[in-house]
Design a protein around this ligand. Structure first.
Ligand SMILES: NC(=O)c1ccc[n+]([C@@H]2O[C@H](COP(=O)([O-])OP(=O)(O)OC[C@H]3O[C@@H](n4cnc5c(N)ncnc54)[C@H](OP(=O)(O)O)[C@@H]3O)[C@@H](O)[C@H]2O)c1
Length: 300
């Protein structure tokens, strides 16, 4: 049977009607993909797998396993639907956001450095409990982060693109009034024209001294030079899983600023992701063969 679906893993149930081919994003893709209608992109494998989108003449659906799909949209041939991985990364990114917050609030880099020196020097630290957290981006991941912040007994203020008074969500236009009241700002925003540079010199200046800026959405939301200026004086601190540019060049000054913790865009990629991703793909294939509406469609 010719392959109507191209999958990144072999260990998922494929409906009988669909023959499958496999491409995990490493090395060359298989030959004879002319009948592929559904392409499930390998997750986090760089620029090669997306290039294949334009080389599949029968393609009807692209399933990405990422939540942010801004780089795929321009690659879609007309009439091809795109579904994203909304929800798959929620707990993984939420865990990581909390890890960055805890690392910064509880001074983990300092204790790790002391451990390396065999040094036992004690001091009390900041905490997350009772901190005022401004959560900018109250979508699928933002809500998962909130659940963990609430469990940690932080005080959360929600911000999204538009106000939703019934859910106590503020609109982004209220940021200037909200920033001065935040001990911690958590950004979990997509990369769009409206979010690019959302947190610039004026927004950073509006934060109180010693505030912590966390970014687990997209690096473009923060003006990197403005953040460098505010953290290198010690006025603000930061925990960043995403930065602009990525990869951050090895000689970039941000790497060495005390009070800045950086991880290389790995928040979404943990063990909890794969079983969730496989479950979504199996459900999408079931829906596809039955002619039912697909989940998570972002572009039609
Ligand atoms: N670090 C990682 O490894 C990693 C992993 C997965 C995802 N991500 C990033 O996380 C992003 C969010 O994912 P998600 O699944 O939570 O997306 P989502 O469910 O679509 O939620 C996005 C949230 O951002 C808000 N928003 C959009 N534009 C805004 C603006 N201009 N000002 C203020 N708020 C704005 C939306 O507001 P409304 O509620 O008003 O629509 C919504 O609350 C993804 O797009 C991706 O870039 C990063």
């Amino acid at each position: 049977m010719s392959a109507r679906v191209l999958l990144p893993w072999t260990d998922i149930d494929v409906p009988e009607e669909l023959g499958a081919a496999y491409y995990d994003g490493v090395g060359a893709p298989p030959a004879n993909l002319g009948d592929v209608e559904v392409y499930v992109l390998p997750y986090d494998r760089g620029p090669e797998p997306p290039k294949l989108i334009g080389e599949l003449p029968s393609l009807r659906v692209v399933q990405s396993l990422s939540a942010g799909v801004e780089t795929l949209v321009p690659l879609l041939p007309g009439g091809v639907r795109l579904a994203n991985g909304r929800g798959l990364h929620d707990l993984s990114v939420a865990e990581h956001a909390l890890a960055l917050i805890h690392a910064a609030q509880r001074d983990l880099p300092r204790w790790f450095a002391q451990q390396a020196r065999g040094e036992w020097a004690r001091e009390h630290t900041r905490s997350l409990a009772d901190s005022r957290v401004l959560l900018v981006g109250y979508g699928s991941i933002g809500q998962a982060i909130e659940r963990q912040l609430v469990a940690a007994e932080a005080v959360v203020t929600r911000v999204a693109s538009r106000p939703r008074p019934d859910q106590e969500v503020h609109g982004v236009a209220e940021l200037p009034a909200l920033l001065p009241e935040a001990d911690i700002v958590v950004l979990v925003l997509p990369d769009t024209p409206a979010t690019r540079g959302l947190i610039g010199p004026a927004e950073l200046a509006a934060l109180p001294d010693d505030a912590l800026v966390i970014n687990v959405g997209r690096g473009t939301a923060i003006d990197t030079e403005a953040l460098l200026a505010q953290t290198s004086t010690g006025r603000l601190r930061a925990g960043l899983d995403v930065v602009e540019p990525e990869p951050l060049p090895a000689d970039h000054l941000l790497w060495t600023v005390p009070g800045v913790v950086i991880t290389p865009h790995i928040a979404g990629g943990s063990a909890s992701f794969y079983p969730r991703a496989k479950k979504l793909v199996a459900e999408q294939l079931r829906r596809y063969v039955k002619g039912e509406e697909l989940l998570n469609v972002v572009e039609s």
